[in-house]
Design a binder for this molecule. Structure first.
Ligand SMILES: *[C@@H]1O[C@H](CO)[C@@H](O)[C@H](O)[C@H]1NC(C)=O
Ligand SMILES: *[C@@H]1O[C@H](CO)[C@@H](O)[C@H](O)[C@H]1NC(C)=O
Length: 560
């Protein structure tokens, strides 16, 4: 066996290598002109299937079997086609995740209101279940809801969620009602699915983070606690003791949650210590004591990224500040299997939400879409981590109500953009940013070359138990660096990827390049039990991902 331990320093050596001049490049690829509904939420539920959700306004082009406009659909990554899902309640502004038994759950959404726009029963207490689907094309697969027997404890519009160490879902915050901008009727509490108790747990932290505390960004840390950032504040929450530890504020007055959306990501975790670090980028320094009408769509967003190491020494050192190449409201931060972070989407000025600033552009509170992605290299020195060298530029704005997800194929699916109340087609007078139905992928350079392949993978992986699987490695790859990533691709909604996670595994390839041996994480705190995608990256060329069940596949709560 070659001794090719997956370490951060080896990865840096590969990433720092100059690209050959004829090397394939990153590119945007327009996959479809019409996704049928606006892909404002997206979650990969199978090798080639993505569930997308829109708002129930009764005017989307895609129709369900009963002839009504759809607001949920299955996107097929193989064929770039869409098929409607029957959704009962309004899934607009929900969150969601995959549970330890592989079931996808979507939680919360929009309350019914009497403004005539709503074509569905209230979704703000909804729990929507999509069981693992036997058909690769999704044929016959359905979403299950029964509001009378299966619902959240509290109404939640704009909540977020995170799969935790026992494979269940922690649901964080939100608003009881639909609000135009600030959170004026907050659900400042946590609850769990399946329930751990019969009343929500009040959160003093969410109270302090008013009024811009919607879609809090939460991460399950490798010791089982949960990091949460909302507005300009952050904590570590201990589920088992129901206590919070207050962390330093985000520096320089930058606020990062809806309606002042920055984004946040748990940086890749590496063995043996899995030391957690969080990166928070974008948002705005807006003064939240002002009414939204005194804010402007032309007000520059923040370019600040803040990073903290969640160890006692790291917390004492506080947030380290660096800057993106441009300001971004509603940026998306997404894991790349080689350990870099994709920074994409968003707007250079303004805010999230609709029609609430003094000078909306059409209905959009934001303007100046940012059209060129950047890459963030966590292991590079401060000041040299962010680059857009060689990155392509799209002509499709992706701001409010857009989504992006890494796919099992290793590229990124990007959809949506709809800073409008209803479905608003291109050409609508006075509308600069119509409802966007075009679906693109952003393809890394390796998509256009021969890639390593994971030939087979066990259906389930046991925590801490080494496995060996057959692989192929293209003959032009030396095997200098070997990285094996265990990933949750997350649930994309409102510039955040709930439960997204990348855990590197200790790995080596055989001298003949025909087999790979790797060690899954030690327990369900490092990677909450449930579905995962394994990617093999050799010399910065990534394989197609293989779906596995990390752990027993038992329903939550399951301790492993
Ligand atoms: C965070 O926001 C609060 C409320 O606006 C403000 O009092 C505090 O100074 C801010 N913290 C920092 C570090 O700017
Ligand atoms: C998975 O667990 C959830 C939560 O208990 C449950 O609602 C769902 O039906 C389960 N799915 C399967 C396939 O067992």
């Amino acid at each position: 066996m070659l001794s090719l331990l997956t370490t951060v320093s080896l990865a840096v050596a590969a990433l720092g290598a100059p690209a050959a001049t004829d090397a394939p490049a990153w590119r945007f690829d327009l996959k479809a002109h019409n996704s049928g509904i606006v892909a404002l939420e997206a979650i990969v539920v199978d090798t080639s299937l993505v569930v997308i959700f829109d708002r129930a306004t009764g005017d989307q082009p895609l129709k369900t079997s009963n002839g009504k406009s759809a607001w949920g659909a299955l996107w097929d990554l193989e064929t770039s086609t869409v098929s409607p899902l029957n959704v009962l309640t309004d899934s607009f502004c929900a969150s969601g995740a995959l549970l330890s038994n592989g079931t996808m759950v979507s939680v919360g959404g929009t309350p019914g209101a009497d403004d005539g726009n709503f074509a569905a029963p209230p979704g703000n207490q909804a729990i929507r279940i999509f069981e693992p689907c036997a058909s690769p094309s999704g044929a016959g697969c359905t979403l299950f809801e029964n509001p009378a027997t299966l619902h959240l404890l509290e109404e939640r519009w704009y909540p977020s969620s995170v799969r935790i160490f026992d494979g269940s879902l922690m649901i964080v915050g939100g608003s009881h009602v639909l609000t135009p901008f600030y959170n004026v009727d907050p659900a400042n509490s946590f609850e769990f699915f399946p329930r751990k108790e019969q009343t929500p747990r009040p959160s003093a932290f969410l109270e302090r983070a008013l009024p811009a505390n919607l879609f809090p960004r939460a991460f399950a840390l490798p010791d089982g606690t949960v990091f949460i950032v909302a507005n300009n504040q952050s904590i570590i929450y201990n589920i088992e003791t129901n206590t919070e530890t207050i962390l330093p504020d985000i520096p320089n007055g930058v606020r990062v949650t809806n309606p002042i959306d920055g984004s946040a990501i748990l940086l890749p975790l590496s063995p043996p210590d899995f030391t957690p670090e969080v990166l928070v980028c974008g948002g705005s320094t807006a003064d939240t004591s002002q009414p939204s009408t005194s804010l402007s769509s032309q007000q520059p967003a923040s370019s600040q990224c803040s990073r903290i190491t969640l160890t006692p020494a790291g917390i004492k050192a506080g947030w380290q500040v660096e800057h993106m190449l441009e300001a971004r409201m509603m940026p998306e931060l997404v894991h790349i299997p080689n350990g870099q972070i994709l920074i994409t989407n968003g707007a250079g000025t303004g805010f999230a939400a609709l029609d609430s600033v003094g000078d909306p552009v059409g209905h959009s509170n934001a303007d100046h879409p940012v059209l060129t992605p950047s890459l963030y290299t966590p292991s590079a020195p401060l000041g040299q981590r962010i680059s857009n060298a060689g990155m392509p530029t799209t002509n499709i704005p992706r701001m409010y109500h857009s989504s992006v997800t890494l796919t099992p194929q290793g590229n990124f699916l990007i959809g949506g953009n709809n800073p409008n109340m209803n479905f608003t087609p291109p050409g609508t007078p006075g509308i600069k940013f119509p409802s966007e139905l075009r679906m693109e992928t952003l393809d890394p350079p390796f998509m256009s070359r021969t890639r390593p392949a994971l030939l087979t993978m066990p259906e389930k992986l046991a925590f801490g138990q080494k496995v060996t699987v057959p692989i192929t490695v293209p003959s032009d790859l030396k095997g200098t660096t070997v990285q094996v990533a265990l990933m949750d691709l997350g649930f994309s909604s409102h510039a955040f990827h709930s439960s997204a996670r990348l855990v590197f595994m200790e790995a080596s390839i055989s001298a003949d390049h025909k087999s790979l041996t790797f060690t899954p994480p030690p327990n369900g705190r490092v990677f909450p039990p449930g579905p995962a995608i394994v990617f093999l990256t050799i010399d910065d060329v990534t394989s197609v991902g293989q779906r596995v069940m990390m752990g027993s596949g038992n329903p939550p709560p399951t301790l492993e």
